[in-house]
Design a protein around this ligand. Sequence first.
Ligand SMILES: NC(=O)c1ccc[n+]([C@@H]2O[C@H](COP(=O)([O-])OP(=O)(O)OC[C@H]3O[C@@H](n4cnc5c(N)ncnc54)[C@H](OP(=O)(O)O)[C@@H]3O)[C@@H](O)[C@H]2O)c1
Length: 301
Amino acid sequence: MGRRPYTLLSCGMSIDGYLDGATDERLLLSNDADFDRVDGVRAECDAILVGAATVRQDNPRLLVRSQARREERVARGLRPSPVKVTVTQRAQLDPCAHFFATGDSDKLVYCASTAVDDARRRLGPVATVVDGGDPVNLRRVTEDLYARGVSRLMVEGGGTVHTQFLTADLVDELHLVVAPFFVGDSRARRFVGDGSFPWNPGRRATLVEVRQIGDVVLLRYALSARFGSGRFDSPISATREDAPLGGASLGDDGAPLSNPMACDPVARDPLGGGADSLRDPGPLRGEPDFSRADSASLGAG
Ligand SMILES: NC(=O)c1ccc[n+]([C@@H]2O[C@H](COP(=O)([O-])OP(=O)(O)OC[C@H]3O[C@@H](n4cnc5c(N)ncnc54)[C@H](OP(=O)(O)O)[C@@H]3O)[C@@H](O)[C@H]2O)c1
């Protein structure tokens, strides 16, 4: 078995275990102080991975918000924000999504073999598309990420991805934030789906911390013997040869700027493969809205 990054799975859920509501309306599960904590965790990672449905539905930027944290990363020879990673079977992803269009870190798309050609046509200009098998095998993804220099990986949802990472025993540390309300609608996504989990009544996970953060509570679990050993011993190079084309740049205030090329699907997709899949960016539900965040209190340095 190949080596894989130290992996931290981070998520917020309602008291009744839901990741989101059942409607398109934005559901904020956390509070400002906790979003800032998550920002700090992000800043310590080499890569952040989310499922394709989260990219489509939440349209997250997945950037380090705090300028001080970005500067600290740069001082360590890293990009201001971690590499962004997603997995997809169908490759129906919008090249204009914030995932691709914000920040200057590398973007990696692990795609099922059957859709790789299509994915490269759609997303090649804005991301590195990697053939991940069929379906994409997440253990292989983590091993490939390790080979690319990712020694610390943060997994940020959604439920389908959580389930696979946890049932495959790929998580070393779990950060579970419980918001003080119920969703009460089984059409909504739960933290995980059905599966055979390594932690069960016969093998209990180790609770290592309970922290109240305003009106939410953070539960930290150690899920492997590697707990606490995550290091930055093989940082992502700022000049990888296979870096995607057309990365975004930083504005005067250090904030990442959108890459205008990445948001011109006609220019970037001459074959027209992705045009009919483009949709308006939806509201952010899982993280603070960074388009408004300069005026928000999210640890802006
Ligand atoms: N509360 C939180 O902390 C939090 C965080 C993140 C997300 N969320 C919520 O979670 C919900 C989304 O969760 P979800 O479970 O529906 O989706 P998800 O886990 O974000 O993504 C699922 C999608 O990822 C792709 N995928 C996953 N595993 C794959 C594999 N092994 N091979 C190929 N493709 C694979 C497929 O994409 P294709 O369909 O493209 O083939 C699949 O449909 C949203 O409501 C979001 O708001 C909440």
